[in-house]
Structure formats: structure tokens, C-alpha cells
Write a protein that binds this ligand. Structure first.
Ligand SMILES: [Zn+2]
Ligand SMILES: [Zn+2]
Length: 330
């Protein structure tokens, strides 16, 4: 019981953790920007016509946020993988592969600045690529639709995720961090300390401060031409449109350069949008449906794939059998 209460209280910690988008300083800053724009009449009209507050959608965001926090705390109890352990293992692996390597001796500050930059670029790309796959691979899309089924966007919509997607994100995060931090420790040796580098988040701090919370809000803030480099809140709102052409665009988190390279970039042009997912089983569904429907959709899809999958799996054995027969005949 105590554990459940503690887990349910975990989301409160999100407001005091600078690594979370819901950190109170970011929220306060977003609120100021929000109010500033709302008092400009034209923006207010735009918001009103675009999204009326949908309490059911907001309540579902909160329920999924709390549910995911309980799961995260529960998994955390049994987690045997810790970042420092995987980083050190990766460094060991690199030393086994290149036993004669001697680390470069470079100024600590230069290495830290370089590491901050590389981490930002690599992690941002990995987040983009995972998001791209969540849309392009049909099994993954069933789970990602939970996020897209929101019909009203608030900063909490960020946590409206199916636990399966959260699990995939956790593996992506630990994989990316292990690779970048491990490589740096290997290349620069004692100039980099595993505990220091885990705290490197200067660029994400700035990115969070710069309107990240307003990505999930009805406020369409555009960056104009800069949208070709950075994803604006308005561009992410286009991504939440129920129009499939817009849904499958703007996958980036901070940089939009990845979308430009992949041909999925759409700039904000005061498009008229409605949030949600079209003709799909999750729209306007309750909490349990959101959790279970993705699994049943996967099962249905597996069944339609199954005959091909079985023949594919049997194929090598068929081949061996035929070759055997041929040998006999010869
Ligand atoms: Zn998406
Ligand atoms: Zn979103």
C-alpha cells in the first residue's frame, strides 16, 4: 500500500526536477508566454476556434500519467540495468576490442562542451527516429496512437503514452546514452567522469525553457522561417492533427533538420486543424480501452500476417528437406 501511495506521489517530483518538462520554472515561463499571447486578441480567437477544452481528454492524460508513474516505480524496483553499469560495460568492451588504445588528454571544459553538443544532437536524432518508426511500423503505431488520440493538448499530454511506448523509449534512452557516454569515456579517459556526464543537460535545459511545454497546448506559436531548423509548438500541433497528411509529419523534438532530411517537414501556415486520430479504434475511448486496444490490434494484424510468417519460418526447413531428397536421388 505504501509503495502504491509513494508511486502515485512520484509525479509530484516532476515539478521539482529540471530534467522534466513539467519543472515549475519551465511551466511558469510557459504560462507567461501563454498569457502574453492569449491577451493578443487574434491568437485568442485562433485558439478558441481550434480546440475547446475537452475534460475527458485531459482527465485521460492525467490517468495515464499516474498509471505510467506507478509502472515506472514498480519496474525501477527490479531494474538490474543502471546507466553507470552499462556505460562501464561498454567502455570495457571497447578496451577489449582495442587493447592498445590510450585516451586523449584534452582540457576538461572543452571535452564537456563537446560532449554536451554531441549528446544533444545524437539524442535528438534518436528521439526523432524512434518517433518516425512509431508511425511507420504498424505494430508500433497501434501503441503510439494513444498519444495521438488526445483531442485537447496540455503539457500533461506529453505523458499520455502507452506503457509499451515508454518501455521502448527507456531502451532507446539507455542505448543512446551508453553509446555516447561510453565512447567519450573511452576516447578521453579520465577527462570524463561517468557521474559528471550523466548530469550533462545544458542544451535540454535551454530547449525545455524555450517553449517545450507549449508544444502540447492550444497555443500555435510559430518560429517562421526558423521552423526549418527548430520544431515550433505550432508544428508539433500540426503533428497532432487528425488529417493523416499532417499526422505523419514533423516527428522532430527540438531540431526539425531531421524532418527536412527525411522529407517529412511541414511548416506552420495557419492550417485549420482538429486534434485526434481519424477512423481509429482509440478515438474517444476510456482508460482501459487505451491500454488494451493496441494489443488486440496487434493480435488481429498478426493473424492476418500469420500464414505468410509461418511459410517464411518453415522455408529454410523446406529447403533443407528438398536438398536432402535431391542428395538421395543423386
Ligand atoms: Zn506521433
Ligand atoms: Zn505530442
Amino acid at each position: 500500500m505504501e509503495f502504491i501511495i509513494e508511486s502515485l506521489l512520484t509525479p509530484l517530483g516532476f515539478f521539482s526536477d529540471p530534467n522534466r518538462r513539467l519543472y515549475w520554472v519551465y511551466l511558469l515561463f510557459s504560462l507567461f508566454v501563454f498569457l502574453f499571447f492569449v491577451f493578443k486578441k487574434n491568437i485568442y480567437c485562433e485558439i478558441k476556434s481550434k480546440a475547446m477544452l475537452n475534460k475527458d481528454s485531459l482527465w485521460l492524460d492525467v490517468k495515464l500519467w499516474l498509471f505510467n508513474s506507478v509502472i515506472r516505480s514498480f519496474v525501477g524496483l527490479f531494474a538490474f540495468i543502471s546507466l553507470s553499469a552499462t556505460v562501464l560495460l561498454f567502455v570495457k568492451f571497447l578496451y577489449i576490442m582495442l587493447p592498445h588504445w590510450s585516451p586523449l588528454q584534452i582540457n576538461y571544459t572543452i571535452v564537456t562542451v563537446f560532449l554536451t553538443f554531441v549528446s544533444f544532437v545524437v539524442f535528438d536524432f534518436l528521439r526523432f527516429f524512434q518517433h518516425y518508426l512509431m508511425h511507420k511500423v504498424s505494430f508500433l503505431w497501434h501503441f503510439h496512437q494513444v498519444h495521438h488520440s488526445a483531442t485537447y493538448l496540455t503539457p500533461i499530454t506529453l505523458y499520455r503514452m502507452h506503457p509499451v511506448e515508454n518501455l521502448i523509449s527507456a531502451f532507446r534512452r539507455i542505448g543512446g546514452q551508453t553509446f555516447v557516454f561510453g565512447s567519450f569515456m573511452f576516447i578521453f579517459g579520465s577527462s570524463v567522469n561517468v557521474y559528471d556526464i550523466i548530469g550533462v543537460n545544458a542544451i535540454s535545459f535551454v530547449a525545455n525553457f524555450a517553449l517545450s511545454n507549449l508544444r502540447h497546448s492550444p497555443l500555435p506559436i510559430s518560429f517562421g522561417l526558423l521552423e526549418k531548423v527548430f520544431i515550433s509548438p505550432a508544428q508539433h500541433q500540426l503533428h497532432h492533427s487528425s488529417n493523416p497528411k499532417l499526422t505523419h509529419s514533423n516527428y522532430g523534438v527540438v531540431l526539425s533538420l531531421w524532418d527536412k532530411l527525411w522529407g517529412t517537414l511541414v511548416l506552420y501556415n495557419k492550417q485549420d486543424i482538429k486534434y485526434g486520430v481519424k477512423n481509429l479504434h482509440l478515438q474517444n475511448q476510456g482508460f482501459y480501452h487505451q491500454l488494451i486496444t493496441p494489443f488486440s490490434l496487434c493480435l488481429q494484424q498478426y493473424k492476418s500476417f500469420a500464414p505468410n510468417l509461418k511459410s517464411f519460418i518453415r522455408y529454410p526447413f523446406n529447403l533443407i528437406a528438398k536438398t536432402g531428397e535431391n542428395i538421395h536421388e543423386v
